[in-house]
Ligand binder design. Sequence first.
Ligand code: GLU
Length: 287
Amino acid sequence: MNADYRERLKDKKRIVIKIGSSSLIHAETGRLDLRKLEILARELSDLHNQGKDVVLVSSGAIAVGAAALGMKGKPEELEKKQACAAVGQARLMTIYQKLFGEYNQMVAQILMTKNTMVNNTNRRNAQNTFQQLLAEKVIPIVNENDSVSSYEFQNLVKFGDNDTLSSVVAALINADLLILMSDIDGLFTDDPNSNPDAQFIDIVENMDDNMRKLGKSSTGSNVGTGGMATKLTAAIIATAAGADMVIANGNDFHNIHRIVEGRSCGTLFVGNKKEEFFLIDYIEKLL
Ligand code: GLU
């Protein structure tokens, strides 16, 4: 049964891949890990060459901007975070364009806020843009529009973390697979950093409230925003929308093709489309 679930991953046609800040930058300096980014660009261009639609949700704007502006770690103040995001997002896209360009793969930038999803017109606009870009064989690269989405009214306008943003994107574009590349191998029965008896969970067939309790609010990384709790919220949204979701370790981006080849890698949450799934209800209830 478990093998069947993994086997199904080979046939996925529309895949959203989320990369956390901690998987993109050197922890010691906060600067980009270019070797890893090269592997990421090759993995995603190759998935696209296999005829799949690919969307990348990339964090890192604030961390990269902070390093560029000579700040030690991520700043606390709202204005500084927004300025960092403005600098860092442009840098990030420049590098992505260069690396994907090596494989003749066109990329595009889509910046969103929670408002983009809650407002009907904005949401349809975003959906149409994704559809058109995918039809044009482009890989859209998505991030939250951190420079304008205020943290002060976080619940109203800001997702705040790219785990939930990527699940919302997956639901919006009817993706059939969401891959979250994190700083942990997947879901454990407890925090493996503090409990050596914590067991790795290979497959989650039903994303119920008991599973959600396994979420801790942080993974211990000091660069990203999402912990396991946001990943489990993402799993609720993605699986209810009918997509499978995998949490895997972003220390090796080769894990991306291993997952899509149906190999045992990361924790797989099996998609289970809810007939009454209505994205806006989930956003209002959970985010
Ligand atoms: N949007 C933030 C950034 O690009 C990251 C949010 C997150 O860590 O999930 O810096």
